[in-house]
Design a protein. Structure first.
Length: 93
């Protein structure tokens, strides 16, 4: 009987720890909620913002590349200056 206690305790701990971990959606909700509060949005304006914020996908590397490339193009960067700019731009979040 004592031998069953340890495995059962371990299983119980594993199940409990999963319940406390925040999911990506919960983290996104927290971030969007904080942004809405910082902008002091209320009512329908807040609902619209939250809906848009929660549906938004994080920027992919390809999206970042397009944005950085366009910016480098508007600044007419070439050669080493362009390489340095692109490297720095792609490292930013």
């Amino acid at each position: 009987m004592k031998m069953l206690r340890v495995p059962l305790l371990m299983i119980g701990l594993l199940l409990c720890s999963q319940g406390f971990a925040a999911t990506a959606q919960q983290n996104k909700m927290t971030t969007c909620n904080a942004d809405a509060s910082a902008k002091t949005l209320k009512g329908d304006e807040r609902k619209a913002f939250m809906s848009t914020c929660l549906k938004a996908k994080p920027a992919t590397q390809q999206d970042k590349m397009k944005t950085c490339n366009a910016t480098a193009g508007t600044q007419a960067l070439k050669g080493d200056a362009r390489k340095a700019f692109m490297s720095d731009c792609l490292k930013k979040k």
